[in-house]
Design a protein around this ligand. Sequence first.
Ligand code: PLP
Length: 394
Amino acid sequence: MKPKISRIAEQLTGSAIVENRRKADLLEAKGISIVDFGVGEPNFQAPACAVEAAIESIKSGQGNYIDPRGLPELRQEIAEMVTRRHSYPVNQENVVVTAGSYGALTIAARTLLDAGDQVLLPEPFWGPYRNIVQLTGAVPVSVPGTAVGAKFVVDPEALRAQITPLTRALVINSPNNPTGRVLAINELHAVAEIALENNLWIISDEVYSELVFDSAKHISIASLSPEVAARCVVVSSLSKSFAMTGWRLGYCIAPPEVAQVIARINHYSVRCPTSFVQYAAVATLRGAWDDVERMRKAYLGRRNLVIERISGLPGVSMDPPQGTFYAFPRIPESWGTGKSFAERLLNEEGVIVSAGDAYGKSASQHFRISFATSEKILREGFDRIDRMTAKLGV
Ligand code: PLP
């Protein structure tokens, strides 16, 4: 007989993206060429100033534990950056440096939730929210998405319908993975009103805040009013905007008394995010904004290519992404579900996409394309998608 593992851990499901990649690896081993539109990771190098600062930091011996709140210079830099770019007052006391936004979300969940509490997740939502909430013993509650055409919008009535005395928090994500939508100010006000009326925490995932296109503007829900900010934990990181996914550098912005607890949990989880990465992050936030803009422009070009190619697919509709590097088209029912379509695309054409149901049942007719890849690969993948859809007809 073996000792048991935790019941919560036992029920944890694996990531659909990782599963897909494993299936694709098996096909690749058989000699089939794979185009990966699944992975949500920039295909750029980290900014040169980040690399130089990290090397310098290691060489100069900055390898010790750091205060679990984060390096003071870095917290200051984050506070100033958020104040400047997202238009609400943030200071060091609000900031805790974490191991990516995964770390920020995990620690925020452990700070805010007790076992049995319910957390509203408006669909379509990034799948790991569900797992992160479950790991605290709290209960994720999917709120079916309301679509206007192929565009998912915040529906206050749908949110209100799921509120119970156990509801403790809701999670929003704008710009959104998987839709690429940027929430409009009236939608943010509606969410804030619901949180205020029902005494809920708002966990706002803003990891794609710097990747917005055209006239779309990222508005942090915490900027609506000090009253709203007082119930927000904003999470973000350098992963997406600065192409630094593996560096694991994120942060939470929270009211000071909450930030103190978040820092304590940070301590007992990881002690502190890697020291020299924190020093390098100071240099990155000071000096890499031209890199952010260069990459944003490249994503914009790819986004335009994706819109053009999707518009050529008969029966497929899509809300054009306003931000992120994802597109979330809806397929006609005659082609099956997003899941069966994704399976056929992989098996018959070697293209990895993510099935919509990974983001909630109401998104099951959709599939997600990540355009964090070169235009050449995008063209190749879309040629294959064209071949597949020609077989399906309309
Ligand atoms: N939040 C969203 C919406 C994401 O898409 C991702 C990564 O794909 C993350 C958070 C986690 O990013 P990181 O932990 O690298 O900051």
